[in-house]
Ligand binder design. Structure first.
Ligand SMILES: Cc1cc2nc3c(=O)[nH]c(=O)nc-3n(C[C@H](O)[C@H](O)[C@H](O)COP(=O)(O)OP(=O)(O)OC[C@H]3O[C@@H](n4cnc5c(N)ncnc54)[C@H](O)[C@@H]3O)c2cc1C
Length: 459
């Protein structure tokens, strides 16, 4: 029971984040997603002016082609930072959907083309783009674009493709592929010539164009009109730098602990150089906000060195890795690796500023103790709230009495008594660590629904 002078954690939960509302919204989006795939098939089967004497296999091939297009267009909404869509799931899950659905788009396109190639060769006409009908070539361009899009994404890290270059290629292929697919559907016109169907596809094309204009032009323009100024840059342990930013336009609205924002520094907002960073300021503070950046690549290295006075752009808040999703929890287990401490620190700051009495056990892994960013700050927070910190350095000094090595099942068992198994377990760190810790927790009997992780690698 909370002491009467402690605010009720429920008071910080917005209606949109109540578990029932989240589940309802997630279900509605999933139903909408299934509807998007099913709609073209239904339209074909119900179309009153549908060409007669066509075989069901032909209908199926057409349905696959149309479903591929609607799903491809839906992908833009998935990655377009639509808060209404990302809130029930979290950004990492949305990107995971995006990745798997992209395979779905390619699969549907290949099925469409494959059926025509095997059973309806004449319908394909010439394959040579110089002599083929333009609308059929457009369909093939779409297929090549989506194939290249998936290959370049799946192989990006293996072939060492630089992230920024890959991102530009990704967007160019997605826009060209979708445009070509729309041109193909409208140009071929057999089914889309049906009055209702043609209007539907033209409407979808317009919505897509409007969405592109909003996400790539209008939103960056709004960001450009609301610049931020870096007011300080503090070096932390572990090579991390904390930048504090002051709004020169609109401040950030109502962020929750653990959420992140897309930060652009040293480039215009439409330059595609924004990176996600956790907002480390507690939500009841502001309007200044801080981001703690570990140099892990070219841009983060440059951003970590930002001198005070530099202009920046902040797009947020996003994300669901927050204690505010767990208002009824009796306590928390938080497990961080390296810079994965940032969203956890933000949640701890919120517990501290709200005087929240719920216990927290924090396991914090680093290569060495000296590398543990915010070690002193965490110690200070532990003076104010019921926080137990277990540092786990991979290499420890000789006189070190605590844990050392990797976080595994045995280490977890030593620090997490049975009564904590039903608390939320919030994990953030390198992917291999998250995998090993999740396995260890599951082996200890922690239910999967009690484990959530923030993945710093969205693609
Ligand atoms: C929700 C979230 C919160 C994060 N919070 C923090 C934080 O508080 N502090 C911190 O130091 N790091 C944080 N990160 C990680 C940070 O975003 C990456 O380290 C940074 O984007 C790397 O960019 P780079 O150009 O320096 O490195 P690169 O070498 O270009 O990229 C390294 C890897 O980072 C990923 N990445 C790069 N750019 C982007 C991008 N624009 N969008 C998505 N992924 C990208 C890619 O998978 C890439 O392979 C967070 C990431 C996410 C997803």
């Amino acid at each position: 029971m909370n002491a009467p002078d402690h605010p009720d954690p429920q008071a910080f939960v917005r209606t949109a984040d109540r578990p029932l509302v989240v589940a309802l919204r997630a279900s509605l989006w999933l139903i909408a997603g299934l509807g998007i795939i099913a709609l073209p098939f239904v339209l074909i089967l119900l179309g009153s002016d549908r060409p007669t004497a066509v075989h069901p296999l032909w209908d199926f091939a057409m349905g696959c082609g149309f479903a591929a297009l609607t799903l491809a267009i839906a992908q833009f909404a998935l990655t377009g930072r639509v808060k209404l869509l990302t809130t029930p799931f979290g950004a990492d899950i949305i990107y995971l959907f995006h990745r798997f659905l992209s395979w779905g788009v390619l699969g549907l396109m290949l099925t469409h083309f494959g059926i025509l190639y095997i059973w309806y060769q004449p319908a394909l006409g010439e394959l040579n783009p110089l002599t083929a009908r333009w609308e059929l070539t457009a369909g093939r361009v779409a297929l090549v674009c989506f194939g290249a899009l998936i290959l370049s994404s799946e192989l990006r890290k293996r072939v060492g493709l630089e992230y920024h270059g890959w991102r530009i290629l990704h967007i160019a292929l997605a826009v060209t592929g979708t445009f070509a697919a729309l041109a193909h559907v409208l140009g071929v016109g057999k089914y889309s010539a049906m009055a209702g169907s043609r209007t539907l596809w033209l409407g979808i094309a317009l919505v897509w164009a409007a969405f592109l204009a909003w996400s790539r032009l209008l939103r960056p323009m709004v960001l450009a009109r609301n610049p931020w100024r870096v007011t300080s840059n503090e070096a932390e342990r572990g090579g991390v730098h904390t930048l504090t930013l002051r709004p020169e336009g609109q401040p950030l609205r109502a962020w929750k602990p653990g959420q992140f924002a897309w930060l652009t520094i040293g480039h215009a907002p439409w330059a595609l150089r924004e990176h996600p960073f956790t907002i480390s300021t507690a939500p009841d503070r502001g309007p200044e906000v801080s981001f703690s950046i570990k140099p892990l690549g070219d841009d983060s290295e440059r951003m970590a060195k930002t001198p005070p006075g530099t202009l920046a752009y902040v797009d947020g808040p996003f994300g669901t890795f927050s204690i505010d999703r767990e208002a009824t929890a009796e306590g928390f287990v938080m497990i961080a690796g390296g810079v994965g401490i940032t969203p956890i620190l933000s949640n701890l700051h919120a517990l501290q500023s709200r005087d929240d009495p719920r216990p927290v056990i924090l396991l914090y892994a680093n290569s060495t103790l000296d590398e543990a960013s915010f070690r002193e700050e965490l110690g200070a927070i532990a003076q104010d709230i019921d926080l137990t910190i277990v540092h786990v350095p991979e290499e420890a000094p000789e006189d070190w009495q605590g844990e050392t090595g990797m976080i595994d099942k045995d280490l977890l068992a030593r620090h997490l008594p049975d009564m904590t198994h039903d608390w939320p377990h919030m994990l953030c760190g390198p992917a291999p660590m998250l995998e090993a810790v999740s396995k260890g927790l599951t082996a200890l009997g922690v239910p999967a629904r009690r484990i959530s992780s923030e993945i710093f690698d969205l693609v």
